[in-house]
Design a protein around this ligand. Structure first.
Ligand code: 2M8
Length: 424
């Protein structure tokens, strides 16, 4: 009928805009998240971008992941930013990190290993064995690094900076950040391009601690063993662990595709071992969700955030936990006009970054996870909200869950890429 023709025409037009956003944010073999706020290559952004690009521009999707993998450190750390060029307008830029790998400057922290699920998706969509041969060694080296350098017990993994979680100013980090004194840190922020944007970004209180953690880690020459003793922020993040577990499963599938059965077994066992610990250590029976664990304060961080729901993406919840988690999702996260709020507790702020707004990438993770548990109705509801938001407001960075208004930057790459992924 006419109205469904109209809405199909709208979708076609939006898809063209999405591709235009991605093309205009594209540099030489990689895509920046946003021209106004983030002028370099970001780790998990590139993974989401590749997921969206693969059906329309498979070669660009492959290049996106290959350029990221090429920045892997000798020890296996995959940096959260790759500074391919020296663009202006971002703090902390390359000079603050002081890292150079084969002539390319990078940061000295990582982000959730979405690159592995993305690589599996790109490989399966294209069947390109040569692509797999090019990226596999870096992917495996990276997951080995997580287990060797970022785990106390070879099962759960930890982060040593809030930026590593991707959910920078989540209220989950307030307590561990409040537990140390950042000292007198001097720096100049570049992310508050307007007063309005300033209210949608992390506070100076947060930034003092972000900067101090970077400077301390740099002073320790990024030595993970030393930082495990000295870093005041060591957190087993629920989101990072969920993506890590999924990455182990997906690496196992990629190993099997290459005929390496021994590696496939190793990574399947790693996934299972990690899942078992997460189910115990990160489950919070009051909030009925997964939370993060503070290794310095030796306590759970009881914040109800989308990170707990993302456990579905790693198939972490047992059936019993799933029933409870589904109730938490329904009661706490679906009661506002637009799903899924990034956080729903006392510190909820519908406009500020990872303290309440809806993000298209976490919606995508939760919807994918729900489908794995057969909860198609809930997954469809979340996908519909993502589409509705983008169709009303454009490809914003994040959205107010009550009014739907777009927040942060516009022409934001992963919002565009995941729209393509959802509507193909
Ligand atoms: C945001 O984080 C960066 C630091 O990495 C920042 O605020 O400057 C987060 O939303 C993160 O998840 C994202 O990857 C990055 C680039 O889009 O921006």
């Amino acid at each position: 009928d006419e109205s469904s023709n109209d809405s199909r025409a709208d979708t076609v037009e939006r898809r063209e805009e999405a591709l235009d956003v991605l093309r205009s944010n594209r540099a030489d073999g990689y895509t920046i998240p946003s021209a106004t706020l983030y002028p370099f290559q970001w780790n998990w952004d590139s993974a989401f971008i590749a997921l969206g690009l693969v059906d329309v521009e498979p070669d660009a999707a492959k290049k996106e992941l290959e350029s990221l993998c090429a920045a892997t450190w000798e020890n296996g750390l995959l940096p959260h930013i790759v500074f391919h060029t020296d663009a202006e307008g971002y703090f902390p830029g390359p000079e603050e990190w002081g890292v150079e790998i084969d002539g390319t400057e990078t940061s000295g922290i990582t982000q959730p290993p979405m690159v592995v699920p993305a690589a599996r998706h790109v490989y399966e969509a294209t069947g390109d064995d040569a692509f797999l041969d090019r990226v596999y060694p870096a992917l495996e080296r990276h997951l080995e690094w997580w287990v060797r350098e970022r785990s106390f017990d070879n099962s759960t993994v930890y982060v040593r900076h809030p930026w590593e979680t991707g959910m920078d100013d989540s209220p989950a980090w307030t307590n561990p950040l409040a537990a140390f004194d950042p000292g007198d840190v001097e720096y100049e922020r570049e992310d508050r391009k307007s007063d309005e944007l300033a209210d949608q970004r992390p506070t100076d209180w947060d930034y003092d601690r972000y900067v101090s953690l970077v400077r301390e880690a740099r002073a320790a020459e990024w030595n993970e063993l030393e930082l495990r003793q000295s870093c005041p922020f060591l957190v087993e993040d629920a989101l990072t662990n969920a993506i890590f577990v999924r990455a182990c499963d997906d690496l196992a599938a990629l190993a099997a595709a290459r005929g390496d059965d021994a590696a496939a077994t190793t990574w399947r066992e790693q996934a299972e071992r990690s899942r078992e610990t997460i189910r115990e250590r990160l489950w919070n029976s009051d909030l009925e969700t997964f939370v993060s664990y503070d290794r310095v304060g030796d306590r759970q961080l009881d914040a109800n955030s989308v990170a707990g729901l993302a456990s579905l993406f790693g198939e972490i919840p047992t059936n019993e936990q799933f029933e409870k988690l589904r109730r938490t999702l329904r009661d706490e996260f679906l009661s506002r006009e637009f799903a899924v709020s990034s956080y729903v507790g006392e510190a909820f702020d519908p406009d500020r970054y990872w303290r309440g707004p809806v993000w298209i990438n976490t919606n995508w993770l939760v919807a994918d996870g729900l489908r794995r548990y057969g909860a198609t109705d809930l997954a469809d509801r979340i996908d519909r909200d993502s589409r509705r938001l983008v169709e009303r407001e454009g490809f914003c960075e994040y959205f107010n869950p009550e009014t739907g208004e777009g927040r942060g930057s516009d022409r934001f790459s992963w919002s565009a890429a995941l729209y393509l992924e959802q509507t193909d």
